[in-house]
Design a protein around this ligand. Sequence first.
Ligand code: ARG
Length: 307
Amino acid sequence: MKKATKVLALLLSAAMLMSVLTACGGGAAETTDAAETTEAADTETADTETADTTAAADTETEAPAAEDEAAEAPAAVTAQEGVLTFGTNAEFPPFEFVAANGVIDQYDGIDMAIAKQIAEENGMTAAIENMEFDSLLIALQNGQIDAVIAGMTVTDERKEAVDFSTPYYTATQVMIVKEDSDIAKASDMADKKICVVQGYTGETCVSDMGYDYEAFKKGTEAVLELVNGKCDVVVIDSATAQKYVSDNEGLKIVEDPEAFASEEYAIAVQKGNTALLDMINSAIEAKLADGTISELSAQYLDADSAE
Ligand code: ARG
């Protein structure tokens, strides 16, 4: 039994290490030491083992609140009963952006549609708190929001602060350049002026590559800089790049899969909020299986190119 756990931990460590190695080209691996990897693997093992207990706890919660005060029931899946409050940064089309007729208030996009469905399928209302991308995980830790849905890439660093759901979308960093640019691969950025968005994984990638860059608060600001000829390349997530290129004349996307590995988007919850995580995971897994998420992605990407 102990042996099996050890083997599992080892396998998980290996898997974690691989995901670190592919996080953003080669650079990220150096920053993770063995201890960290093992620690993370241990946590995952623990999660797996407690899965049954959690299910049992859920059942208990649904039973009439015999011993609990009626006002206190049910268990605190969310801060405000019946409302699932998601934090996002609505500056990231096609995942979240502000629109006249959004799916949740003025907020629209793939993530917003997913958030609304998760809440409503569980008899709750979805609410959105729009804030800076950099503030999202802190707001989650503070309990200001119940979950983060923001095209957020799962990274080892973020995993230390929060728990992530089953990933629902695979992306990669790409380079947006002017149509006549001679940038054809990531290493061509070496002597160019690079723009990124502050706190995004694109910033980490460029910084790990050892290049200088300028960081902006919003993707639109970085792209405007490129359009105005004040920078040569914007490094940002693929689907968002597609949206910016279709919205602005004279730009194109350059991919370099060897330099930029794939990234996975997932929903974040407070560490240890397994009740909410289980609820979100069941919803996401169902939506991946029945094609809802690919339909939403196609719908919002098509809407972008038609604009
Ligand atoms: N995927 C990138 C990251 O996790 C960018 C996400 C930006 N999302 C947003 N809603 N502004 O860092």
